[in-house]
Ligand binder design. Structure first.
Ligand code: BJW
Length: 260
């Protein structure tokens, strides 16, 4: 596989992407790192300060709702203060290129930060929910603006309708993903010609299975990450580098290739 001097990815990846009719992408926390959102498992990640078993499961929430609500309020404040980076924007542009030639594109993200949508991605599935919504664990009613504002100030943790606890609309360990989300993502992965796995440690299932589904179905699968994930050896290509640096260059090469 030829890799031009200076490019962290192969010619094969550019050619495959240029020819692809169907492209699917999985992203994880790493794509938002350059926006200033901490990842989970890197040395400076969220779980170096907070233990996952204390915060990312429903038992922990029921044991200490104020702690967990406070942690999510803090993360919402972080996300509100940052912007999508060139990596998010390059994926939105890749989607436009594929859709323009009447191809199929799907971006499945594990992130709950909403940055892909803010960057303009439309064919998007949020596998692990979103920080922006909260709902009552008793009556499942979605929290309104007033209740959300109260949550941010550390006040009302309860649903005004039934006094149940309000929780963020994210997927914790042991919980099912949003209905149909994984099925849709798995279909797109299996049908893809090229699959990109970007900024994920690929340790949390079922999302981590998507690149492998794509590979098994015959797609060209590339991982973009400064580190090799546990599944990298099963993929076609590991592109070492930061998403916000690699993706804009990849898009530049793709534009040049398709214009030639
Ligand atoms: C860069 C970069 C840059 C840095 N550019 N890259 C045993 C085997 C298999 C499965 C299981 C098992 N035991 C239990 C399970 C199931 C469990 C699971 O997978 N556990 C494993 C940890 C073992 N999964 C579940 O429970 C899921 N549900 C489920 O399976 O339902 C079915 C079921 C139901 C009931 C009973 C049984 C089955 C749900 C998983 C939910 C995950 N939720 C979280 C929290 C979301 C809310 C929140 O944000 O607070 O999702 S956990 C956390 O991890 C978050 C993330 O989305 C997820 C993945 O993390 P991600 O994105 O990969 O981040 P990092 O930090 O790990 O990696 C960052 C990467 O970026 C690194 O590689 C860096 O190198 C890289 N990077 N800078 C590019 N600039």
């Amino acid at each position: 596989m030829h890799q031009p001097i200076g490019d962290p990815f192969s010619d094969a990846l550019v050619e495959r992407l240029a020819q692809a009719r169907r492209v699917a992408v999985l992203t994880g926390a790493g794509i938002s790192a350059e926006s200033g959102v901490p990842t989970f498992r890197d040395p400076d990640g969220l779980w170096q300060q907070f233990r996952p078993e204390e915060l990312a499961n429903v038992e922990a929430f029921l044991r200490n709702p104020v702690l967990v609500q406070g942690w999510y309020a803090h993360r919402r404040a972080v996300v509100d203060g940052v912007e999508p980076n060139p990596g998010h924007r390059a994926l939105a542009e890749l989607e436009q290129m594929v859709v323009k030639k009447r191809g199929a594109f799907l971006l499945a993200t594990q992130n709950v930060d909403g940055l892909h949508a803010r960057a303009g991605s439309e064919h998007l599935i949020e596998l692990h929910g979103t920080l922006t919504r909260s709902y009552c664990i008793a009556c499942e009613r979605e929290a309104n603006e007033t209740e959300l504002a109260a949550l941010e100030s550390g006040d009302a943790a309860h649903c005004p309708a039934c006094a149940g606890l309000l929780r963020p609309d994210v997927v914790w360990f042991g919980e099912m993903l949003p209905e149909g989300a994984m099925e849709h993502a798995a279909e797109a992965a299996a049908a893809s010609d090229v699959f990109l796995s970007i900024g994920t440690s690929a340790v949390v299932y079922p999302a981590a299975g998507l690149p492998l589904i794509a590979k098994q179905a015959g797609a060209y699968v590339a991982e973009i990450n400064p580190q090799r994930s546990d599944i990298a050896f099963r993929l076609d290509e590991h592109v070492r580098g930061k998403a916000g640096v690699v993706l804009p260059v990849l898009l530049e090469r793709l534009r040049a290739f398709t214009a030639a």
